[in-house]
Design a protein around this ligand. Structure first.
Ligand SMILES: C[S@@+](CC[C@H](N)C(=O)[O-])C[C@H]1O[C@@H](n2cnc3c(N)ncnc32)[C@H](O)[C@@H]1O
Length: 296
């Protein structure tokens, strides 16, 4: 199967503005990067994968951060999130955006985040024009972002075990239906159930986009995006594109008085990863944006 490969740079330096998030939403451990999700919507419009009024699905909706650009750009949005605390925060975000962005010319207030298990996807949402999601990883959905080590931003509780088995993994929730809590075999069978239903829900010619990343377990890189791609292809999707969204950013080169070149590289990695890589752990340099199509 052939597909195109692209690179994306500068996707990780921009925090979510506090004013765009309901109180507590920042505490979700695996949010979309602000710049990356905006870029994904931009690509979707440029490529004609969506048009005004289309319905976007997000089968792992978190706190609904995929909805904001959808609403601003005149799209309808339906998300499903298992954890009720995140679903509620997602609702609060949507309410906030309805107030804040109502006057934008293309704004579409039609966004809903359902509390539910995507293993029963078709019972909640039966059709969509595109899916844009970030899946939880097997036993790592609960991974933390760079700023979360030390204190749990949701509960305020001190994190006693900053270096667990898998990068950032922690018992964030106990729900056995959360893919992030499942051992590998259960994870892949649940994910299969979900992606099979997504394939049915999407119209022919529709795209399914997933943001995911390799991770390190027991000192070895787990190529999660490749595994996710195999799963989607098994469900009938064809891989159309892969974008590598690099965490490092070149901030330009300066020449000193002696004529030496100094290039400033900023790498947006967690402290944890940086430390582990210094100790010899394999490097994870990018997230992957996997673009699939349900062929006509
Ligand atoms: C990587 S996060 C998505 C975050 C989201 N993109 C955002 O920016 O808010 C994956 C989410 O999938 C949810 N999840 C895990 N298993 C699920 C299931 N069976 N059904 C629905 N959601 C699930 C997790 O609780 C988590 O919030």
């Amino acid at each position: 199967m052939t597909y195109e490969i692209y690179n994306l740079y500068g996707m990780y330096g921009e925090p979510w503005p506090r004013g765009d998030l309901a109180k507590g939403a920042m505490g979700h451990p695996a949010k979309f990067s602000r710049a990356l999700i905006r870029q994904i919507y931009k690509i979707c419009f440029e490529e004609g994968w969506v048009k005004k009024g289309d319905r976007v699905l997000d089968i792992f909706a978190g706190v609904g951060l995929g909805a904001m650009d959808a609403m601003i750009n005149g799209l309808r949005w339906r998300g499903i999130e298992l954890e009720s605390k995140y679903q509620k925060l997602g609702e609060a975000n949507i309410t906030l955006w309805r107030r804040k962005y109502a006057n934008l010319p293309l704004f579409n207030p039609d966004a809903i985040i359902y509390q539910g298990d995507s293993q029963n996807l078709l019972k909640t949402v039966s059709s969509g024009d595109i899916n844009i999601s970030s899946p939880p990883y097997a036993q790592t959905a609960l991974h933390f972002d760079a700023n979360s080590l030390g204190t749990d931003k949701v509960t305020g509780e001190h994190i006693k075990q900053p270096f667990p088995l898998i990068e950032g993994a922690r018992n964030y929730s106990k729900d056995k239906n959360n893919l992030g809590n499942m051992p590998d075999d259960k994870f892949w069978s649940a994910a299969h159930t979900i992606i099979d239903q997504l394939f049915i829900a999407l119209k022919p010619g529709a795209h399914a986009i997933f943001v995911c990343k390799s991770y390190v377990r027991g000192g070895k890189t787990i190529e999660f995006p490749t595994q996710w791609r195999m799963l989607c292809e098994a469900a009938g999707f064809a891989t159309e594109r892969i974008y590598y969204a690099w965490t490092a950013e070149n901030r330009g080169t300066q020449i000193d008085l002696q004529g030496n070149h100094h290039t400033k590289i900023v790498d947006h990695k967690s402290m944890f990863r940086r430390l582990q890589e210094k100790k010899g752990s394999p490097k994870i340099e990018y997230e992957e944006v996997l673009v699939f199509i349900k062929q006509q």
